[in-house]
Ligand binder design. Structure first.
Ligand code: AKG
Ligand code: FE2
Length: 314
């Protein structure tokens, strides 16, 4: 019996990125291909990357624990008009899950507004951590997008706008241990709607993806690694060459899971259009150009599993 190929594990360093970009060395080209191939075959990969210090990740997880330990009424103060930002907790569909989404935490003031709301006396250390982590993860996200474009042989000018027109959401999440009467579903199956997601978690596993063969498979994430996930916007941009992989979280064991993710997404008003280089007679255009914000609103109003196909398929 065929065994489904394992989720690729890719390793690169800050030095690889720095030298690779300027020298276009064989090693760099091979790394870019690996990243693209993982996104084509699995829609995700596990990444180890030394440029984001382990101590920063640990500080982030410690700070998150203190955040989720705040009283419910304090956490509920975080309300936002846009979906997937406001504090979410005790939702009947996913009662194990709690989350906050902070827009552009790469701006110090945005991180600060959030921490002042949660800790009126201030929490400058956690504010700094949120801001620093977002900046580093956004930079990594742009690096990965650049690697994908480069590997497709697409000129930098063609994707400059895509990167320039990006913003980000930092989502921080907690999953409690299911009680005996609870289901163990932490997060419902979904594809991410944004372009690229980078996730990081504590030692508690639980993320699962749907393989090409249609089976759920656990993503075993080594300590200190990241998971990179392709979203709908990147799938459409790549004319369907990259897979927006469906994933969910299932809780097992007796330890709480904490995770955080940097979601890179097209800015307000940005239009997603397939790269010209990726449309040809063998690969006819799959998705019409669409305004990302309109697509996102469509998804929120329907919560359809196949939102991208229904909304934009030619
Ligand atoms: O907590 C996780 O690891 C997954 C989170 C996720 O998929 C999401 O927020 O879109
Ligand atoms: Fe997700």
């Amino acid at each position: 019996m065929d065994v489904a190929p394992k989720i690729p594990v890719i390793e690169f360093s800050g030095e690889d990125v720095e030298h690779g970009r300027s020298s276009s060395s064989e090693r760099w080209k091979a790394l870019c291909s690996k990243v693209r191939e993982a996104c084509e075959s699995h829609g995700c990969f596990v990444l180890t990357y030394d440029e984001i210090p382990k101590s920063l990740r640990e500080d982030m997880l410690v700070g998150m624990k203190a955040l989720f330990d705040l009283p419910e009424e304090t956490k509920c103060k975080y309300q936002h008009p846009k979906p997937y930002r406001s504090y979410q907790g005790k939702c009947p569909v996913v009662p194990l899950h709690e989350s906050f989404g902070i827009d552009d935490a790469t701006r110090f003031e945005a991180a600060q507004d959030f921490t002042y709301l949660m800790w009126p006396q201030g929490n400058p250390a956690f504010c700094e951590i949120l801001n620093m982590m977002s900046l580093k993860m956004l930079e990594l996200s742009f690096t990965i997008l650049g690697m994908i474009f480069e590997s497709f042989g697409i000129e930098e000018k063609q994707y400059e706008a895509l990167v320039k027109d990006s913003s980000s959401i930092l989502r921080v999440m907690k999953y409690r241990v299911p009680a005996t009467e609870d289901q163990n579903l932490g997060l419902v199956p979904h594809t991410d709607k944004n372009a690229l997601t980078i996730l990081c978690q504590n030692e508690v596993q639980g993320l699962e993806i749907v393989t090409k063969e249609g089976h759920w498979e656990e993503v075993v994430v080594p300590k200190d690694a990241f998971i990179v996930i392709v979203g709908d916007a990147l799938k459409a941009w790549s004319n369907g060459r990259l897979v927006a992989v469906k994933h969910r979280v299932v809780m097992k064991g007796d330890k709480e899971r904490y995770s955080f993710g940097l979601f890179t997404l097209p800015k307000e008003g940005a239009v997603i259009e397939a790269a010209r280089e990726l449309v040809d007679s063998e690969h006819p255009l799959l998705y019409r150009p669409f305004n990302f914000a309109d697509y996102f609103s469509y998804f929120v109003s329907t919560l359809s599993d196949d939102a991208l196909d229904i909304y934009a398929r030619v």
